[in-house]
Design a protein around this ligand. Structure first.
Ligand SMILES: CC(C)(COP(=O)(O)OP(=O)(O)OC[C@H]1O[C@@H](n2cnc3c(N)ncnc32)[C@H](O)[C@@H]1OP(=O)(O)O)[C@@H](O)C(=O)NCCC(=O)NCCS
Length: 203
């Protein structure tokens, strides 16, 4: 079921919106500018990401880009989804392939602090991992996290990723070289965790 070697590029189509127990994940629309700006304008939210707080113009530019990222259909593509709670936009997640066969994917996320502390980001990232493995047949997913980003470190652990490495001064962000902690999960282990303990318990 999970090839040991990358096979050919897979480009299955993902049915959206994608529903979890409490959330809906859907593609961006032009109407998402205000709700996205509500949290991306916050210096706190963008502390560990490689851009400054959004202005309205920046939000409009970014949303136009993200609207196009609706499927993984080859190198350079991305799946960029907003996360809704009862019809309210509370955050976003993104998955993109890091090799030409789309066997490996990288993820990112950001959520409105007003919706924090309820496990919504955890639930959405967990759903994104399931999409990566089950819909796109990825072999492995990973995330790079700034070691100072404690909320994201905890999130990675909650969704069942393993801390695989610590890369020194791996990214130049906001005028300084910063370390990255690499978290990863393998499809076979994550989808079938019976031998690995109780960590992968989110429905
Ligand atoms: C990373 C980020 C999404 C984490 O937000 P968060 O609110 O901690 O994450 P969740 O929504 O998953 O909530 C988890 C918290 O709710 C608690 N919680 C409550 N109910 C829960 C439930 N049903 N399931 C899971 N956790 C639950 C958890 O214990 C956890 O709190 P803790 O970390 O203090 O233990 C948020 O800090 C963020 O958007 N940061 C800015 C963007 C960013 O840095 N992105 C990452 C770049 S790599």
């Amino acid at each position: 079921m999970f090839p040991r070697q990358p096979a050919t590029v897979r480009s299955p189509s993902l049915a959206l919106p994608h529903h979890t127990a409490r959330l809906s994940l859907r593609s961006y629309t032009v109407d998402d500018v205000d709700d996205s700006l509500a949290y991306y304008a916050s210096p706190t939210v963008v502390t560990y990401v490689p851009w400054e707080p959004w202005t309205r113009a920046e939000a409009q530019r970014r949303i136009v880009e993200r609207i196009k990222r609706t499927q993984l259909d080859g190198p350079g593509s991305a799946l960029s989804l907003v996360v809704e709670l009862q019809g309210r936009l509370i955050g976003d997640v993104v998955l993109w392939p890091v090799d030409e066969t789309m066997s490996r994917g990288e993820m990112g996320w950001a959520f409105d602090p007003e919706a924090g502390g309820h496990g919504y980001a955890t639930e959405a990232v967990h759903a994104l991992m399931r999409i990566a493995f089950e819909t796109y047949g990825m072999h492995r997913v990973l995330a790079h996290v700034d070691p100072r980003n404690e909320a994201s470190l905890r999130l990675c652990e909650r969704v069942g990723m393993r801390r695989e490495g610590h890369l020194r001064e791996n990214a130049f962000i906001k005028d300084e070289w910063v370390d990255s902690v690499v978290f990863g999960a393998l499809a076979a282990e994550w989808l079938h965790p019976s031998d690995l303990g109780e960590w992968n318990t989110i429905a």
